[in-house]
Design a protein around this ligand. Structure first.
Ligand code: MTE
Ligand code: MO
Length: 301
């Protein structure tokens, strides 16, 4: 029997895109009736946001543990052993433990979220994720008062991850969020794309997705989550503080020291590609701008 977190869509006759688009039509038709959703309120796809084909999403990746080339993850990340998998949740929580992924995902409400995903390298894609809110997981383990940040860690498997031989980053890959960012309803723990389980290259079996921040904040293949008082160490900030800040909110007005962030290349959009203007907070300003009220986003980039 398939593990409990395996997706329900295993119809090998149909492409993930065609299944997804059919389901979207179904959902539009069944609006308000609660039909056609995976396990609860499916988030309606915002008009105009068309998902990239599965091909793009699974063949143009950043996952430096498997190499720095865009096709390295698709080539090598299949070797990652994703079962058994557990996440150590520790620090300032009521129920610290090594949680098995079946336990975490089995109790979660899996939703579908269509998000624009913006890399700091000034390209973007639109990805239909399946996952659950990080808030629901944190509520379950009980965040203690005094916790202000959440730290995340990726698996470190030298035998399976050829990229770990190169000191590009201080491994393991680590990321972090402020607690209010982590608790925001847009912040997702993703387990699938197009209704299929995540492939290795996309961060199987479970990864973070923070749609208003540059892609590198969305850490893959998570094995540890720690609640703490101090701002977490993050691998990219450590590698180059000036280029990669702790916040890394998508902001067209704050350029990367080596390139503009005002526009982005849309992956897969025709032979010559197409460009679009980058939106403040990647288009999620209405939902998240309040989190940064009073902050100088040029200084706290
Ligand atoms: N562990 C780990 N997580 C990671 C990365 C990485 O190299 N290692 N790359 C980040 C970057 S820069 C981006 S843009 C996204 C890419 O996610 P995708 O390949 O699923 O589109 O993953 C992020 N998460
Ligand atoms: Mo990225």
């Amino acid at each position: 029997m398939a593990p409990i977190w395996k997706s329900r869509f295993k119809d090998s006759d149909a492409t993930p895109e065609s299944m997804y688009l059919n389901r979207r039509q179904l959902m539009r038709g069944a609006a308000g009736l609660g039909l056609g959703s995976i396990a609860g309120p499916a988030l309606a796809a915002p008009e105009g946001l068309e998902p990239n084909p599965y091909e793009d999403i699974t063949n143009y990746n950043n996952y430096y543990e498997f190499g720095t080339g865009k096709t390295d993850p698709a080539k090598y990340a299949g070797a990652l052993t994703t079962s058994p998998w557990s996440i150590q949740i520790d620090g300032m929580v009521d129920k610290p433990a090594e949680y098995q992924i079946e336990d975490i995902v089995g109790k979660a409400q899996i939703e579908e979220r269509l998000y624009r995903f913006r890399c700091v390298e000034a390209w973007s894609m639109v990805i239909p994720w399946n996952g659950f809110t990080l808030a629901s997981l944190l509520e379950r383990v009980g965040v203690q008062s005094g916790a202000k940040y959440v730290a995340f860690e990726t698996a470190m498997r030298p035998d399976e991850m050829p990229g770990l031989r190169y000191p590009v980053l201080d491994w393991p890959y680590r990321e972090g969020l402020r607690l209010d960012e982590a608790m925001h309803p847009l912040t997702l723990m993703a387990t699938g794309i197009y209704g299929k389980d995540l492939l290795g290259q996309n961060g199987a079996p479970i990864r973070l997705v923070v749609p208003w921040k540059y892609g590198f904040k969305s850490i893959k293949s998570i094995v540890r989550i720690t609640l703490q008082e101090d701002e977490p160490f993050t691998s990219w900030n450590d590698a180059n503080t000036r280029e990669y800040g702790f916040y890394s909110n998508v902001n067209p007005e704050v350029d990367h020291p080596r390139w503009s962030q005002a526009t982005e290349r849309v992956i897969g959009a025709g032979l010559f590609g197409s460009r679009r203007e980058t939106d403040m907070f990647n288009g999620y300003a209405e939902e998240v701008a309040d989190l940064y009220a009073g902050m100088d986003l040029k200084k706290q980039y």
